[in-house]
Design a protein around this ligand. Structure first.
Ligand code: CU
Length: 175
């Protein structure tokens, strides 16, 4: 469904670009225009574009940066959180706890014992909730709130060898 819409929008935009090229090509040789005034006009347009795009770019940067979840990986543990150790190895996850209750706030302390892995946590609807790297010698804090009951999957997010794809495990969240 969304692919169809994306295809339609792309096709329309490509047609607009093609039509623009054809329009320019057909009108190119009609009349000669003095160049210096044209140059001046395009320079002034370019200067306006520069400022509009710069200001829009800075605004978009600020607004989108505010939404980044860096605070959740800083390691401050909320008072009611359960601390769970996760250790990634070729090719499985060691977890200190796999049973939770709905509403639990869990801070996973994520590390690895051989090579670098990535831990991604997926909700029962298979949407990713949070993810971090699992690195030998480091602990990354990954906070997840188990908002609904069901099976949450932990998957490796970084290619780590032959059986990388099999590095999947699950935790259960009960009502
Ligand atoms: Cu892995």
């Amino acid at each position: 469904m969304i692919q169809g819409a994306v295809f339609l929008v792309s096709a329309i935009l490509m047609l607009v670009v093609a039509a623009t090229f054809i329009f320019v090509a057909l009108n190119a040789s009609k009349k000669a225009v003095a160049y210096p005034p044209l140059l001046e006009k395009s320079y002034s347009m370019r200067a306006k574009f520069f400022w509009v795009l710069s200001i829009a770019g800075i605004l978009i940067l600020v607004v989108t940066t505010l939404d980044l979840p860096y605070a959740a990986t800083r390691g401050d543990v909320p008072g009611n959180a359960k601390l769970v150790d996760v250790d990634g190895r070729q090719w499985f996850w060691n977890i200190s706890q796999t049973e939770f209750e709905k509403g639990d706030v869990v801070v996973f302390s994520v590390t690895a014992s051989d090579v670098t892995h990535g831990l991604g946590i997926y909700g029962p609807n298979l949407r990713m909730l949070n993810q971090t790297q699992a690195m030998p010698g480091y602990s990354n804090a990954l906070e997840v709130t188990f908002g609904e009951p069901g099976e949450y999957k932990l998957m490796c997010m970084e290619y780590c060898g032959l059986a990388h794809h099999a590095m999947v495990t699950a935790v259960t969240v009960s009502e």
